[in-house]
Write a protein that binds this ligand. Structure first.
Ligand code: CA
Length: 238
């Protein structure tokens, strides 16, 4: 799962690779680019790790001990929980036929060793954008809530959310500063504008509307009320 810290998404990548030197190099570079990295050195371990950590993307070596990358990919696609998990096959083979075989068992993309880090990152980012794990440009994302600034649209878990203009600005501001508590006065200044005379209780009214709009029946309340302090966008409601 993507972890949002101060509004920055850090997608979790599972690296399935048995060459220790390559693992070290990839981990170093991916972490530098803001990814979180977990490892598995063979196919069986890969399946166990996937069930355990729910990665956002799997970088899957073709030639693996115990169970081949092809078989791992097949199993990922067979299980309902991982059917849509983005998979990039990493292969040392260049034969066209093998590539086709990789895509046939359900890999989303493939890259041939040796590859440049830039090429790999471009493919990873494209896939993660498609799966919604990282936001496209002009979008804010907090857990399952996406706010599209250009199109002025909001969605939660893929479901469109209809917000009034004030609720939209309120959510936009909170999404720009997730996990931070703002007082009613601070929210008035930021959302309504400084010097605008509005009752602090007006904030409560709009927070209530925002909650009604973004929280579906079985969804977690993402707006946290902090007694005597104000509100924050958070996943740990008290
Ligand atoms: Ca290998």
């Amino acid at each position: 799962m993507v972890e949002a810290v101060s509004g920055v998404s850090r997608p979790l990548v599972l690296l399935v690779e048995d060459e220790a030197a390559l693992v070290t190099m990839l981990r170093y570079n991916l972490e530098k680019q803001g990814f979180r990295v977990e490892e598995a050195a063979d196919g069986e371990e890969a399946m166990a790790r996937i069930a355990e950590i729910t990665p956002d993307l799997v970088l899957l070596d073709w030639m693996l001990p115990v169970m081949s990358g092809i078989e791992v990919c097949r199993q990922i696609r067979r299980r309902p929980a991982t059917r849509d998990l983005p998979v990039i096959m990493v292969t040392a083979r260049t034969e066209e036929q093998d590539t086709v075989r990789g895509l046939n068992v359900g890999a989303d993309d493939y890259i041939t060793k040796p590859f440049s880090m830039d090429a790999l990152l471009a493919r990873m980012r494209a896939l993660l954008r498609r799966s919604g794990a990282v936001p496209a440009k002009g979008q804010l994302r907090f857990h399952d809530i996406t706010l599209d600034l250009a199109q002025h649209r909001t969605s939660r878990n893929g479901r469109p959310v209809h917000l009034g203009p004030t609720e939209f600005r309120l959510l936009e501001f909170l999404m720009q500063h997730p996990c931070r508590v703002f007082s009613r006065e601070e929210l008035l200044d930021a959302v309504w504008g400084p010097g605008i005379h509005v009752e602090p209780r007006t904030v409560d009214v709009h927070i209530r509307r925002l909650r009604r709009a973004i929280n579906g029946p079985r969804e977690r309340d993402m707006v946290r009320t902090v007694r005597a302090a104000g509100y924050s966008l958070d996943t740990d409601p008290v």
